[in-house]
Design a protein around this ligand. Structure first.
Ligand code: NAD
Length: 250
């Protein structure tokens, strides 16, 4: 018996670095995985690799900023894979520049993806979990939400909002058997980090600065995050809710 046997898991941004690793981890432990991403080919690649390895997964195109797409993708995932036991809100986006150089159009996009998108996903999935009196929600925020991060003011504000949302929903839904917890990555070796670095004058220097500030001396790898995400998604964490953990090398 594996931790996620018979359970259906949605991972948003499942076509990306951390999301892809989380999808593979859930599938290895028996889950039916719904790989949600706005980038359908990326989601399909992750789902196909899981199936080739003997697991169960299907890809769903879903831009989480668009509520009709969220509702349609959740309904399609439930029809194909069964009721959602675990939701991982992982899709995200960042830009790296001083706050005074950012423009409102960038704030709008950051807020839409990092905060409003997560609101849509919670809103679509929570009623079913409440009816079934069971559910695990894992939100992927950022260490930027906890300590601030120069060059990421609006992103940090969104992720801080996601932390506050998680703590509040953990309280609102605790009596329905639903837990809501947060995993905060530090700098992690993915396309998102490479994109952030491109915003700096010297991208390699920025990555080195990130690395040298990490006590354990290396960037996070997507599998480091997948371990914590799977823990909060599992019944090993059944008595833990409203908590925030950094997976950032110290
Ligand atoms: P990534 O770029 O590899 O993956 C992000 C995925 O999200 C991509 O597949 C992308 O297509 C998808 N996505 C973006 N906007 C979307 C939308 N509107 N709807 C649906 N899908 C969308 O990045 P990653 O590093 O794996 O990021 C995963 C999460 O980790 C994000 O929430 C990010 O903010 C967070 N995080 C990452 C780092 C890091 O250093 N990589 C640090 C802190 C937090």
């Amino acid at each position: 018996m594996q931790r996620f046997d018979g359970k259906t898991v949605i991972v948003t941004g499942g076509g990306g670095g951390i999301g892809g690793a989380a999808c593979r981890r859930f599938a290895q432990e028996g889950a039916r995985v719904a790989v949600f991403d706005m980038n359908l080919p990326a989601a399909e690649k992750v789902a196909a690799a899981i199936r080739t390895a003997g697991g169960q997964a299907a890809a769903f195109q879903c831009d989480i900023t668009q509520r009709p797409q969220v509702d349609a993708a959740v309904a399609a995932a439930e029809a194909q894979l069964g009721p959602i036991a675990v939701l991982v809100n992982n899709a995200g986006w960042d830009v790296f520049k001083p706050f005074t150089k950012t423009v409102p159009a960038e704030w709008d996009k950051l807020i839409a993806i990092n905060l409003t998108g997560a609101l849509h996903m919670h809103h679509a999935v929570l009623p079913g979990m409440a009816d079934r009196k069971a559910g695990r929600i894992v939100n992927v925020a950022s260490d930027a939400a906890r300590g601030g991060s120069s060059g990421e003011a609006v992103y940090a504000a969104c992720k801080g909002g996601l932390v506050a949302l998680s703590k509040t929903l953990a309280r609102e839904h605790a009596r329905q058997g639903i837990t809501v917890n947060v995993v905060c990555p530090g700098p992690t070796d993915t396309a998102l980090l490479a994109g952030v670095a491109e915003g700096a004058r010297d991208p390699a220097k920025l990555i080195d600065a990130f690395k040298s500030a990490i006590p354990l001396g290396r960037l996070g790898q997507p599998d480091d995050l997948a371990s914590a995400i799977a823990f909060f998604g599992s019944d090993d964490a059944a008595f833990i809710t409203g908590q925030v953990i950094s997976v950032s090398g110290g």
